[in-house]
Design a protein around this ligand. Sequence first.
Ligand code: GLN
Length: 195
Amino acid sequence: MNGKIAVLALQGDFAAHGRRLREIGLDSFEARKPEQLERAAGLVVPGGESTTLWKFFESAPWEDAIRRFAATGRPVLGTCAGAIVLAREVTHPSQKGMGLLDVTVERNAYGRQIDSFVGEVDAPEFGKTLPAVFIRAPRIRRVGPGVEVLATRGGEPVLVRQENVFAATFHPELTSDTTVHELAFGARRLAQRTA
Ligand code: GLN
């Protein structure tokens, strides 16, 4: 891939994404202004707190910049709170979603007692399970017809893709497994298979 991947650096754990991208040979930069997306080859919307992300999005034309970016077909990866802001419908509590991914997500959906945990997710496409860190994670409660499920946990989708928009309810950047970043931005693109 030519050019650098923009990692949205408004809040949350953006630095770890840069490290994972570097490990698969991709350069990234921390985007702090919407206009920086214009020259990016891909975009990561990291985890953190989706309500806080929306506050930033409302203080500058981020929503427009992200929508325009996604419309060009360049890859977008949202993780956890990043997945929440990209979703069509957001519940518990309900909040705005950009609708770039036709899913319904329920926020903080694992309950208080197990709100954060490390586990494995099933990814048959890759012939293996992937390690996954869930931190006050959402659950994907509905998947639209154009959405492909790439990994599951207990039969529920945890990694999905709609064309060039990928979303994980977990934090792939917090483990040493780079599969999700490779899938979104690197050699493991599945674009040809479903195009
Ligand atoms: N609970 C957060 C939210 O609802 C997401 C947590 C995360 O990104 N790790 O936005």
